[in-house]
Design a protein around this ligand. Structure first.
Ligand code: GLN
Length: 470
């Protein structure tokens, strides 16, 4: 099937009668079938998607179709879609069907996007490899022996393998950007509060954001514009919307702050470093200013992130007791039932994080861990804001390493350290974009990350687009 880089190309083919939504959906379904070994989709909504496609084809004919007509999307398994299962890759939500749709899903459907299925992810979005899903690991389409990254590994793999046009992922500590980097596609974590979390199965609520994964910056812009905006169901969602129509204010030279500690990170892959430095050179050639800055707190990012997110997770995941949702394992009494359900329903990584979270929140340890990590979070926010008050953007690699083989990394802390470059934007709430720089020798991609001021998505995407198109 023809590869489309942007929705615009699809819509053009539809308008010239070279393609219908119905054919498009059929093509993607065939492609999903052919690529079953990737294990990107957990389930497809075949008949639902096909009948929606026919309706949208009619609407296109009648010129009443929404802005996303022709967009076929997959959603991560932790985003609710009315009357469809949503299990966050966990056995504990086995057989759970959502009674309502997430705000993002409603917004996509209102603009005539077609939801084609749900995508594999690490259990409760905890992980960097998509290996901790109850459905088994997703494979990287660039080389199926390698991980696609995580936790939105299914979402990134599906875009790279052309199983659908775009996907939604979620990013608590890098889960959109890191798999986008590992699969060589684009991913955006919006500013905290730009996109509603209503209908997202919570991991760490003060970090979680939903965002798009695509083959082009143009589509990131378009989808973010549709899914952003205030929502009565999410009080942390602010009254801002990315205005697509507004003339993009991205003209003129920008000031980039390059993080010394990231470029000179001892364990950085040499190819990532070389490609990143080439990108910096290009940015300078295009007339932008580049300045090297220090983020001395870099070593504290991962510890602070894991203390705070596990604390929030231990609280968020207490609702899975075998009574309210999904999986249930019987017991002699109610306490036994809850214990049996949680013992059987949660995987190892989730249990580890619940234990860690309850530990850091416990009366005896709260002051030494949770409260300290909150203070570190404030310092990181201040430091990031200070840099962004003197520069337009922060630029750093998305990940220190290229993809590794499935089953290769077993030590949890080894995996946690993968998040070193991505968690800053979640701790501070800033928007961050991952974009592929260049193909590597082993056919993966190096990836760069741009962090911008709060709600600067439009300008950030515009600038990124002008850099890569030049
Ligand atoms: N790898 C990080 C973690 O395991 C990021 C997860 C995420 O962003 N959902 O927590």
């Amino acid at each position: 099937m023809k590869q489309y880089n942007s929705l615009k190309e699809i819509q053009e083919d539809i308008s010239k009668n070279r393609l219908t939504c119905k054919e498009l959906v059929e093509n993607y379904l065939q492609n999903i079938e052919k690529n079953k070994h990737l294990n990107a989709f957990i389930e497809t909504y075949q008949s639902d998607a096909s009948s929606k496609a026919s309706i949208i084809d009619k609407k296109i004919e009648n010129k009443t179709a929404g802005k996303l007509a022709g967009l076929v999307v997959g959603i991560k398994d932790n985003i609710c879609y009315k009357s469809h299962p949503a299990t966050a890759g966990s056995k504990i939500l086995n057989n759970f069907k959502s009674t309502y749709s997430a705000t993002v899903v409603e917004k996509l459907i209102n603009e005539d996007a077609i939801i084609i299925g749900r995508l594999n992810c690490d259990e409760f979005a905890m992980g960097s490899t998509t290996e901790s899903s109850v459905y088994g690991p997703t494979r990287n389409p660039l080389n199926p022996n390698f991980v696609p990254g995580g936790s939105s590994g299914g979402s990134a793999a599906a875009v790279q393998a052309n199983l659908c046009h775009a996907t939604l992922g979620t990013d608590t500590g890098g889960s959109i950007r890191q798999p986008a980097a590992f699969c060589g596609v684009f991913g955006l974590k919006p500013t905290y509060g730009l996109v509603s979390r209503h209908g997202l199965i919570a991991y760490a609520s003060s970090f979680d954001q939903i965002g798009p994964i695509t083959k082009s910056i143009e589509d990131l812009q378009l989808i973010t514009a549709v899914i952003s905006g205030p929502d009565d169901f999410d009080s942390t969602c602010v009254a801002k919307k990315i205005n697509q129509q507004k003339k993009s204010p991205n003209k003129g030279p920008k000031k980039f702050a390059i993080v010394n500690q990231a470029v000179n990170f001892p364990k950085i892959d040499p190819e990532i470093k070389t490609h990143f430095n080439q990108l910096v050179k290009k940015i300078k050639t295009l007339g932008h200013t580049v300045e090297y800055v220090d983020i001395p707190l870099l070593d504290y990012l991962v510890p602070a992130y894991y203390i705070l997110t596990t604390a929030e997770a231990s609280s968020n995941l207490s609702r899975y007791d075998g009574i309210k949702y999904g999986h249930q394992k019987s017991g002699k009494n109610i306490d036994q039932l809850i214990q049996n359900t949680r013992t059987d329903g949660f995987g190892t990584e989730v249990k580890r994080r619940i234990l860690l979270g309850t530990f850091v929140l416990s009366a005896g340890h709260y002051e030494s861990y949770y409260s300290k990590a909150q203070k570190v979070r404030r310092l990181i926010k201040n430091e990031t804001e200070l840099i962004l008050s003197k520069h337009n953007y922060i630029l750093l690699p998305t990940t220190p390493e290229l993809p590794f083989k499935i089953g290769h990394k077993k030590e949890p802390t080894e995996l946690y350290n993968q998040d070193i470059f991505t968690v800053q934007a979640n701790l501070s709430g800033h928007p961050a974009l991952a974009l592929p720089i260049k193909k590597t020798k082993n056919q993966f991609f190096s990836s760069a990350q741009i962090i911008g001021p709060y709600f600067s998505e439009q300008d950030m995407l515009g600038t990124a687009s002008s850099i890569i198109s030049n």
